[in-house]
Design a protein around this ligand. Structure first.
Ligand SMILES: [Cu+2]
Length: 238
């Protein structure tokens, strides 16, 4: 339960600047790659300049969403595969195969080690700045140790970029949760842009839940986890 001090924030900003520089250099011209690492392929953070607009202009100190909005329009149509609104709605409400959905406890428990589910970011017919999985808002996900987890991530927010990652960050969330990084290799989806006339952007990532524990899935776009885009990801078993 550490509070974010200004010093930590400044250090984070500095580090973020470096990440953006590196990502920008790495991204240069590769376009939307198939890799799950969004700092190394695809547009990611680095391919457009936030420091002047979204980042400093309210996005930082005011708790606004300038950065997420700038990313949403900049990445629109550039990352992920478009799917239709009907497909997205169906995926967001579907009960995953082999899973038990408990709406009262807001919990989805997977028995098999082949775990597959879809995640909708901020669908317009649900609470803003949340994730929808199997029709639930930010449910707790319980998977067995060693499970192969395949996640289809879809951005359903009309005017904001989002991503999805499993991390060791816990509430209260810092502004820049992306500094924590994914808890498992590959447990991170690239930030997706706004939906376009072609459809809602969608991407699939896969990782192994290789260590038991209680993790957090969240959106790493600055400020979004603190605004509600998070849930518990539990890996059970010895
Ligand atoms: Cu977000």
């Amino acid at each position: 339960m550490r509070r974010v001090t200004l010093g930590r924030l400044a250090a984070g900003l500095l580090a973020l600047g470096l990440v953006m520089l590196v990502a920008g250099a790495a991204a240069g011209g590769t376009g939307a790659g198939g890799s799950a690492s969004w700092t190394g392929s695809g547009p990611g953070w680095g391919s457009f300049g936030f420091m002047g607009s979204g980042m400093m202009g309210g996005g930082m100190m005011g708790g606004g969403n300038g950065m997420g909005q700038a990313m949403g329009s900049a990445l629109a149509g550039r990352v992920g595969q478009p799917i239709s609104p009907a497909q997205a709605t169906a995926l967001g409400g579907a009960t995953p195969t082999g899973a038990t959905v408990d709406p009262t406890a807001k919990r989805i428990t997977f028995q098999s080690t082949d775990v597959r589910f879809a995640v909708l970011a901020s669908p317009s017919d649900g609470p803003d700045m949340t994730f929808r999985i199997a029709g639930l808002v930010n449910p707790t996900l319980v998977v067995p140790l060693g499970a192969t987890v395949t996640v289809q991530f879809i951005n359903a927010d009309p005017d904001m970029s989002h991503n999805w990652a499993v991390t060791n960050a816990h509430a209260p969330f810092s502004f820049m949760t992306m500094m924590v990084g994914p808890a498992f290799p590959g447990a991170v989806a690239q930030p997706l842009g706004d939906p376009t006339s072609a459809g809602l952007p969608s991407e699939t990532v896969r990782f192994t839940a290789s260590a038991a524990g209680t993790y957090t899935y969240l959106c790493e776009v600055p400020g979004h986890a603190a605004q509600g885009m998070h849930g518990t990801f539990q890996v059970t078993g010895a």
